[in-house]
Design a protein around this ligand. Structure first.
Ligand code: GDP
Ligand code: MN
Length: 410
C-alpha cells in the first residue's frame, strides 16, 4: 500500500521524525482557515503548496510551489488543486489532484544556507538485511545520481534482528558531511527513521530531500512510504490510509474478493493458482514470444465463483486477446476447477469474445477433462505448454474460432 506524502509524514512524526507542520485540503474554501491556523501555530509567513498524488517528481510538473503571501498562496493553491499533474512517474494524461498539502516553508528564503540530502530505507532481499541508502545529492532525481555519480550514493546494511547500532547512525551522519549540532540531529533523525520503518512495517521509506536548515535542524521535507500489504492486519489505523482513487480499480476489486491481480502491458490474460506457478507461467509466455496482460493468482480455492470473478477481471481488459488458464490441481482438484470454468463460461457466454485456453494438471485431471468434454465447449488439446502461444497465433489466423474455448491437457 502506497501512502500519500502527508500520511507518511504524520506517521513518521509519531516515531519522532521531524517534519514541517501542515494541513491538507480538498476544497479551496478551507484555504483561509488553514493558512491562518498554520501561521498562528508556526509563525510562518511563507507556505509551500504540494499536490498529494501517488507519484514523485511533482516539483518538476508544477505540483510543488512556494507562496510568499496570501495572494500567491491563493493562486498557487487554486492552480494545483484540481489540476491534471504530469510527472515522469505518471501516465501521459497525468493524475488528478484531489488534495493539496499546505505546509510551512522551512527553507528560510534569502539565506540559501540549507543543504538537501537523500535517505531511504528498504529491504535488501538478497542479503536479508535492511538497507539504508543515502547521498549528499538530495532534492534531485536520485536515479540520475545513481547513473552519473554512483560514488555519491552510500549504503549501510542493518541486521534486523540486532537493529540499527549507534555507530551505524553516526557513520551515516558523518558520511553526509555533518558535524556538531547537525551531526547529532542527523543521528537522531536516522534512528527515528529506522524505528519508524520497522515498527510501521514499511517496505520502502524514501525521504528526498532531507533538509538541514541553516540553524542545523534536520527535517523530512518529502516522504514516500510503502507499507507491506501483508502487515496491514496488524495495524488498525491503516484501514483509513488506503486511497482507492489512486489504485488500479481492477486490482482493488480483485483484492476485495481475495484475488491477487496485477495489471501488465501484454495481451494474454492469465489465470493461475499459486504465485510461483503464475510467475513461471508468465516467464513461459514471454519465452514463447508472448506478453502477459496480467498476473492473477486465484489462490487455493478455485471454485466456480472465484473462477467467474477472475474471468470477469481478466476480460474487462480490452488488451486481452486470449486467456490462458493454467491450474495445477493439488489441494484444489482439477474436476472442481473444471466445473468452475464451465459454470463461469456459461454465465458469461456473451461477454467471452476471445479464446480461452485451459491447462489442468494434477489431481483428478482425467475427470476434469471429461467435465469440459461433456460441457459442449470446443476443446483443443496440445501435448506441451510451448504450444500455448502457437495456439494463440493459430486462433488469430482463424477468426471464426474466436469465442470458442480450448483445453490443453498435458
Ligand atoms: P517531488 O518533486 O514530488 O519529489 O516533491 P518534493 O516534496 O521533494 O518537492 C520538490 C522540491 O521542492 C524539493 O526538492 C525542494 O527543493 C522544494 N521544496 C519542498 N518543500 C519546500 C519548502 O517548504 N520550501 C521551499 N522553499 N522549497 C521546498
Ligand atoms: Mn521529493
Amino acid at each position: 500500500m502506497n501512502l500519500h506524502e502527508y500520511q507518511a509524514k504524520e506517521l513518521l512524526n509519531t516515531y519522532g521524525v521531524p517534519i514541517q507542520r501542515g494541513y491538507t485540503l480538498s476544497d479551496i474554501k478551507d484555504l483561509d482557515y488553514i493558512s491562518n491556523k498554520l501561521s498562528t501555530e508556526t509563525g510562518t509567513k511563507f507556505f509551500v503548496v504540494k499536490a498529494q498524488i501517488h507519484a514523485g517528481g511533482r516539483g518538476k510538473g508544477g505540483g510543488v510551489k512556494v507562496a510568499k503571501n496570501a495572494d500567491e498562496l491563493k493562486s498557487c493553491a487554486s492552480s494545483i488543486l484540481g489540476m491534471m499533474l504530469k510527472t515522469p512517474q505518471t501516465s501521459k494524461e497525468g493524475k488528478l489532484v484531489n488534495k493539496i498539502l499546505i505546509a510551512e516553508d522551512v527553507y528560510y528564503p534569502g539565506e540559501n544556507k540549507h543543504e538537501e540530502f537523500y535517505i531511504s530505507i528498504l529491504l535488501n532481499r538478497s542479503s536479508s538485511k535492511v538497507m539504508i541508502m543515502y547521498s549528499t545529492e538530495g532534492g534531485v532525481d536520485i536515479e540520475s545520481v545513481a547513473e552519473n555519480t554512483p560514488n555519491l550514493i552510500f549504503y549501510e546494511e542493518v541486521n534486523p534482528s540486532i537493529g540499527l547500532m549507534p555507530n551505524q547512525a553516526r557513520k551515516v551522519a558523518f558520511n553526509l558531511g555533518l558535524s556538531g549540532v547537525s551531526l547529532k540531529n542527523m543521528i537522531k533523525f536516522i534512528s527515528s527513521l529506522y524505528d519508524a520503518y520497522i515498527k510501521s512495517d514499511a517496505s520502502l521509506l524514501e525521504i528526498n530531500p532531507v533538509l538541514k536548515t541553516s540553524d542545523n535542524k534536520i527535517i523530512a521535507v518529502d516522504s514516500k512510504m510503502v507499507i507491506d500489504d501483508n502487515s496491514i492486519f496488524r495495524h488498525n489505523s491503516y484501514a483509513d490510509l488506503r486511497d482507492e482513487s489512486e489504485e488500479n480499480p481492477v486490482e482493488t476489486e480483485a483484492r476485495s474478493v481475495g484475488l491477487n491481480y496485477v495489471d501488465l502491458d501484454g495481451n494474454i490474460g492469465c489465470m493461475v493458482n499459486g504465485a510461483g506457478l503464475a510467475m513461471a507461467t508468465m516467464d513461459l509466455i514471454k519465452q514463447s514470444g508472448g506478453e502477459p496482460a496480467n498476473f492473477l493468482d486465484v489462490g487455493g480455492t478455485a471454485d466456480a465463483d472465484r473462477v467467474e470473478v477472475a474471468f470477469k477481471l481478466i476480460l474487462q481488459d480490452p488488451k486481452v486477446k486470449a486467456v490462458l488458464v493454467n491450474i495445477f490441481g493439488g489441494i484444489v482438484r482439477c474436476d472442481r476447477v473444471a466445473k468452475g470454468i464451465v459454470q463461469a463460461y456459461k454465465n458469461m457466454k456473451d461477454q467471452i469474445k476471445v479464446p480461452i485456453i485451459v491447462r489442468l494438471e494434477g489431481t483428478n485431471s482425467k475427470e476434469a477433462k471429461k467435465i469440459i468434454d461433456d460441457s459442449g465447449l470446443q476443446i483443443f488439446s496440445a501435448s506441451s505448454f510451448s504450444n500455448v502461444t502457437e495456439i494463440i497465433k493459430e486462433t488469430k489466423r482463424h477468426k471464426n474460432q474466436i469465442g470458442s474455448s480450448f483445453v490443453i491437457f498435458m
